[in-house]
Design a protein around this ligand. Structure first.
Ligand code: IPE
Ligand code: IPE
Ligand code: MG
Length: 255
């Protein structure tokens, strides 16, 4: 690991996964309703997308609403749904213009028809874009994801298309959400909690984790850059030894 900026190779994550946490506390600290925090949080989403576009990050996955968040008070869930619908109506043109492909993962059936329709329209509209793959995890849970992948394989077994002995990690991975993307290289969670909260359980197996106390509505490019700098200095070993994964020396000094 090199801390010398002259020699440290800058490594950009291909895929960034983010838990956008802290909206409620941001509002409560200002003695405002939690919904105001969610509205401020929606602005921070644009900060994050802009950053990814500027840095050439290929894929961004944002945790917007968990399976468990449906259990929050009705008025908060209602406010979030309104915001969600508004953002879909407002932002998709601009995302499309900037070459962003938008997709949603999660239990879509739990949303209203209007939201479901907007989600599909956003996906159809941006399908050909390749500059940034933006995935919004909404009504998403990592446990749900594993269960739906298992169910999908079980259906193939029941139909006689798949031998249970052929079910391995690769088979399950192919049915998980985000199967077509490389797994996240870097995970960021704002809001100070150091937990995964049922986000991408399968896909985060070897992701580098980074946490900040900053609340999501306060997000700025400098904070995201700190996460990238930290990531750039880490050695990812994937179970191997440091020597195995170290790049071959290029300018050895002979004695
Ligand atoms: C994250 O912020 C947004 C959602 C979960 C929808 P929170 O609403 O969880 O904010 P805190 O953690 O209560 O501050
Ligand atoms: C995780 O945040 C979900 C999202 C940010 C969408 P939560 O606020 O729901 O997580 P916990 O309850 O603190 O674990
Ligand atoms: Mg929270």
């Amino acid at each position: 690991m090199s801390s010398d900026p002259a020699t440290a190779a800058v490594r950009i994550p291909r895929h960034l996964a983010v838990i956008m946490d802290g909206n409620g506390r941001w509002a409560e600290r200002r003695r405002r309703p939690r919904a105001i925090g969610h509205r401020a949080g929606a602005r921070a989403v644009n900060v994050c997308i802009d950053f990814c576009l500027e840095r050439g990050i290929e894929a961004l996955t944002l945790f917007a609403f968990s399976s468990e968040n449906w259990g929050r008070p009705e008025d908060e869930v209602g406010a979030l749904m309104k915001l969600f619908l508004g953002a879909l109506e407002r932002e998709v043109d601009e995302l499309d213009r900037r070459g962003v492909r938008v997709r949603f993962i999660g239990e879509r059936e739990r949303f209203s028809e209007a939201i479901g329709r907007q989600m599909s329209a956003a996906e159809d509209r941006t399908r050909a874009n390749t500059r940034l793959h933006l995935t919004i995890a909404a009504s998403y849970g990592g446990r749900w994801d594993i269960a739906q992948a298992a169910r999908s394989l079980a259906r193939d077994v029941a139909a006689g298309h798949l031998d249970p002995d052929d079910i391995d990690e690769r088979a399950l991975a192919s049915r998980m959400s985000l199967a077509e993307l490389p797994p996240p290289d870097l995970f960021i969670r704002t809001g100070g909690e150091t937990r995964i909260s049922n986000f991408l359980l399968w896909q985060l197996a070897y992701t580098e984790l980074w946490f900040t106390e900053l609340l999501w509505p306060e997000l700025d490019a400098a904070t995201l850059q700190r996460a990238l700098d930290d990531y750039s200095g880490r050695q990812r070993r994937f179970g191997l030894t440091g020597a195995q994964v170290a790049p071959a020396p290029t300018n050895e000094i002979s004695e």
